[in-house]
Design a protein around this ligand. Structure first.
Ligand code: GDP
Ligand code: IMO
Ligand code: MG
Length: 421
């Protein structure tokens, strides 16, 4: 059977830590979408590690980690990351597998991402500049190069042809930066990639399922960044929701069992786009400082705000979430009052659904206030130990979302997690 862990907000919910926590219960940990725009933070023996391309199960011995066909792969980032996990004793040559159908991110994709963002000016998406959108455009535009193509004699010819297309586009953007260094690194990384275990991902994973192995699919980004259901156009370019597991790994829908949705106890977003509950004041700054809300991939300050139950209910619906994991509850330990957005007010009308176009309308969040628990929860181990006021907060979310909060993360450490009773 296949279980899924994915983000319900705008990314950075703490998926990496949660996948690492559950990895011992599984045989295979598989990324199904996204690319090096992801930054998943784990603490391995108290040492901080941020993974961009490699699944978050890599630090567990004898666990298979698969980069699925739905991922876009930057060989340069992958090589760097393999070298850094090897420094912590990981045998990536044994435990890491890559689908031959995963699309490659070329140096010109990164250049196109940058050129396109610059051309958008004030309307820029705030992309991570990792080449994600151009790489997915080449996938759906049927131009892209895949990992499996590397092993073909015609690879260089195909590469040159695509590079030429990209160059014409870059000229239209008046992009003049020299990318020859990027290209040199890219070709060195391709040689490295060729030596890794490149597999037919869909047979590989279905064989494992047939053998009764347990699969954990790891999402990147968050549901509100999904290309179909997110706050378009301020989204990423892949299917970040549970349906993406099927297309991103080659798994049939009925194989999926549990969908664990990860949400912060508040909310953050990095990059541009609508964020109804954003706090542009001291309260937001305080969440940023206490929660250390700075991007794991780009270092940008994350925008912070209150938890948004309209968005969370929507995310639970489109993902079929069966269990919730709440992270960073400890960040709110010192607050006197917390707010929960229960509906939106749009032009004087209260609504509980996500509007079609969130960026062109003014949304005023309707809040319900809760007393803060004013207790340091970072050392607590059981649900019974949690302060009563926190249990009230959790109970309200459970009831409103109609999905139980099964786990509460009370610190970044790998052992800081409490199972709800
Ligand atoms: P991901 O992209 O969803 O894996 O999340 P990121 O790693 O980008 O961001 C989550 C950040 O919060 C990281 O710095 C984690 O170490 C940290 N973190 C995760 N869970 C908790 C928690 O329960 N409490 C606190 N204080 N930090 C957490
Ligand atoms: P993880 O997996 C938070 C955001 C970018 C930008 C938008 C599009 O760590 O949660 P892209 O580079 O994908 O074209 O950028 O999506 N974004 C993320 N925000 N966490 C992420 O990943 C993100 N990946 C992309 O900031 O707003
Ligand atoms: Mg992240």
């Amino acid at each position: 059977m296949v279980d899924v862990i994915l983000g319900l907000q705008w990314g950075d919910e703490g998926k990496g830590k949660i996948v690492d926590y559950f990895a011992p219960e599984y045989d295979v940990i598989a990324r199904f979408q996204g690319g090096p725009n992801a930054g998943h933070t784990l603490y391995i023996d108290k040492k901080k590690m941020v993974l961009h391309q490699i699944p978050s199960g890599i630090f567990h011995e004898n666990k298979i980690n698969l980069i699925g066909n739905g991922v876009v792969l930057d060989p340069v980032t992958l090589k760097r990351e393999c070298e850094s996990v090897a420094g912590l004793g990981v045998d990536y040559k044994k435990n890491l597998f890559i689908s031959e159908r995963a699309h490659l991110i070329l140096p010109t994709h990164r250049a196109l991402d940058k050129a396109s963002e610059t051309a958008k000016g004030n309307e820029k998406i705030g992309s991570t500049l990792k080449g994600i959108s151009p790489a997915y455009m080449d996938k759906t535009g049927r131009n892209g190069l895949r990992v499996g193509d590397l092993l073909d004699k015609s690879f260089i010819t195909q590469y040159i042809r695509l590079r030429l297309k990209h160059q014409k586009l870059l000229e239209n953007f008046s992009f003049t930066e020299d990318i020859s260094d990027w290209e040199e690194e890219f070709f060195a990384a391709l040689e490295f990639l060729k030596e890794l275990q490149i597999v037919n991902g869909e047979y590989f994973i279905n064989d494992k399922i047939q053998q009764g192995k347990k699969i954990l699919a790891e999402g990147a980004q968050g549901s509100m960044l999904d290309v179909d259901f997110g706050t378009f156009p301020f989204v990423t370019s892949s299917s970040t929701i549970s349906a993406g597991v099927c297309t991103g790994l080659g798994i049939a829908p009925q194989k999926i069992k549990e969908v664990l949705g990860v949400t912060k106890a508040y909310c953050t977003r990095v990059g541009s786009g609508p964020f109804p509950t954003e706090l542009n004041d001291e309260a937001g700054e305080s969440l940023r400082q206490i929660g250390n809300e700075f991007g794991s991939t780009t270092g940008r300050p994350r925008r912070c705000g209150w938890i948004d139950l309209v968005a969370l209910q929507f995310a639970c619906m489109i993902n079929g979430v069966t269990q919730l994991v709440m992270t960073k509850a400890d960040v709110m330990d010192s607050l006197d009052t917390l707010q929960v957005c229960t509906s939106y007010n749009v032009n004087g009308q209260e609504q509980s659904q996500i509007p079609f176009q969130m960026s062109r309308i003014k949304i005023e969040p309707v809040y319900k206030a809760f007393d803060g628990w004013k207790t340091d929860i970072t050392g607590l181990k059981t649900f019974a130990d949690l302060p009563e006021k926190m249990k009230i907060y959790i109970g309200y979310l459970d009831k409103t979302l109609g999905v139980p909060i099964k786990y509460i993360s009370n610190g970044p450490g790998s052992d800081q997690i409490i199972m709800a009773s």
